[in-house]
Design a protein around this ligand. Structure first.
Ligand code: F0G
Length: 469
């Protein structure tokens, strides 16, 4: 008998376990009310399966834990820094590494060093902290991602691509000298974990190079992007993830990195650049904001675990199982008719809250409401990625993103297939009673990155008929 398919399994066995607490619905009602209906404000002890983020939530390997014991904690010139910098150079190819405590530390340094007031910063969809640092530095973010990325049902395989015509328009409008750099994210988080193609990385770089515009990658999930290139783009089937990663980086001038994702560590990040002058400038800044240029906010042991994490992250069996687990969950949801962003992305499943809750107006915060309700249903914690995350423009109006999503983010090497079954079953039972889910409104709204600390309450009154959905 030939089997219709052969299963892959995780390329590891489990050595240490952390017990989980299962709460009752009554307990969760108290918890979510006390958290102001914001899943960021829940205590992790009250969460059963935590899909808030894949950031800093990975399980480290035995080798990474062993590396912790070997860290050189010298304030200056730590051996662990040199090992990390050499590893980054080997896998990503950049000349200079400026360590930071995490991704946004690197974004801060890069934005301060390259952006002048009034400069445009084109990017393939925004990321919350990235755009904020660009704006604080005086930049104007312009979205140049392909239109397909804004349509949750479009099956285009490279929804992370930059639209060269949109980029050209920005360059014409501002002039190449007023374009600080192109901010090019791999496996675009806010678009649903969607990759860019190698062809697009190459074309964007060639276009920018001719005009003297630097290309800076957000390499946070670039290894996941490399995996999609291997399986989706002609000519890359037989290349290793390591080779693909290095080729992508060769089409750029540097990158910011949150190592808390791809690199399988709980903290850490860096800025890596080729230009000597930019390296000098950002080293001067790192000592002010992060720490000395040979630790930048990380302990020596963190830097060693990070270096080991890079070596493990590019292993094909690892990345196939990691993305395979996300696909498993996504396919179960699709089978049951749940509206999710497609194609299934690299690090997360995104529920399409507009379709899930068509009776709610976007101003009634459907994705925030759905995330709160999922917690109530089963203790699964997810994250809003819609109008709340998008924040307000300088004139005070809400950015109104086309995508109104709830992100179920899968930590790397942490949960089993049985956990994924609990998750999709909970979502299916929510789907069956979706008409009962109410909207939310702000009762406290912070000025910046409001989604982290905002508080909400349920909207009891119905909105008037005739509203746009
Ligand atoms: N860039 C991307 C694409 C990210 O997803 C993140 C963080 C950052 C930059 C900032 O890095 O957190 O280390 O300062 N994303 C997390 C998330 C918070 O849940 O998606 P950081």
């Amino acid at each position: 008998m030939t089997l219709p398919r052969r299963s892959w399994a995780e390329p590891f066995k489990i050595k240490a376990v952390e017990p989980l607490r299962i709460t009752t619905r009554e307990e969760r009602e108290v918890c979510i009310r006390e958290a102001g209906y914001n899943t960021f404000l829940l205590k992790s002890k009250d969460v059963y399966i935590d899909l808030l983020t894949d950031s800093g939530t990975s399980a480290m390997s035995a080798r990474q834990w062993a590396a912790l014991m070997m860290g050189d904690e010298a304030y200056a010139g730590s051996e662990s820094f040199y090992e990390m910098a050499d590893t980054i150079k080997e896998y990503y190819g950049y000349e200079h590494v400026i360590p930071t405590h995490q991704g946004r530390g690197a974004e801060h340094l890069l934005s301060q060093a390259l952006i002048k007031k009034g400069d445009a910063v084109p990017g393939n969809m925004y990321f919350t902290t990235t755009r904020l640092h660009q704006e604080i530095a005086g930049g104007i973010f312009v979205d140049v991602i392909v239109d397909e990325a804004h349509d949750p049902e479009n099956l285009f395989p490279f929804k992370g691509n930059i639209d060269l015509a949109k980029l050209e328009k920005v360059v014409k409008e501002y002039g190449a000298k007023k374009v600080a750099y192109v901010s090019f994210e791999g496996n675009v988080n806010m678009a649903g974990g969607q990759p860019a193609s190698m062809q697009n990385f190459r074309e964007v770089y060639e276009y920018c190079k001719e005009r003297g515009i630097p290309v800076m990658l957000d390499a946070t999930r670039l290894i996941e992007n490399a995996y999609f290139i291997k399986i989706r783009e002609r000519g890359y089937e037989n290349k290793t993830i390591k080779e693909i990663l290095k080729e992508i980086c060769s089409y750029s001038d540097g990158c910011t990195m949150s190592s808390k994702k791809d690199h399988l560590v709980n903290i850490g990040g860096f800025l890596a650049v080729n230009d000597d002058e930019l390296a000098r400038k950002t080293r001067e800044l790192v000592v002010v904001y992060e720490g000395l240029h040979t630790y930048g906010g990380m302990a020596g042991r963190d830097m060693l675990a990070l270096a080991q994490g890079i070596r493990e992250a590019v292993d094909f069996d690892h990345i196939r199982a990691r993305i395979g687990q996300v696909e498993y969950l996504g396919e179960k949801l699709i089978e049951h008719g749940i509206p999710i962003v497609r194609p299934i992305g690299g690090h997360a499943i995104y529920l399409n809250a507009r379709k899930f809750l068509p009776h709610l107006d976007q101003e009634e915060l459907p994705a925030q409401a759905l995330a709160a309700e999922l917690y109530l249903e089963s203790g699964v914690r997810a994250m809003e990625r819609g109008i709340v995350s998008s924040g307000r423009a300088k004139d005070g109006s809400n950015y109104k993103p086309k995508l109104e999503l709830v992100r179920l983010t899968i930590p790397r090497r942490v949960y089993t297939q049985a956990h994924m079954d609990v998750v999709w079953e909970s979502i299916v039972s929510l789907w069956e009673r979706r008409d009962t889910i109410k909207g939310l409104r702000f009762v406290y709204e912070p000025q910046n990155l409001r989604f982290f600390l905002a508080r909400f309450e349920p909207v009891e009154a119905k909105v008037p008929a005739g509203r746009a959905v």
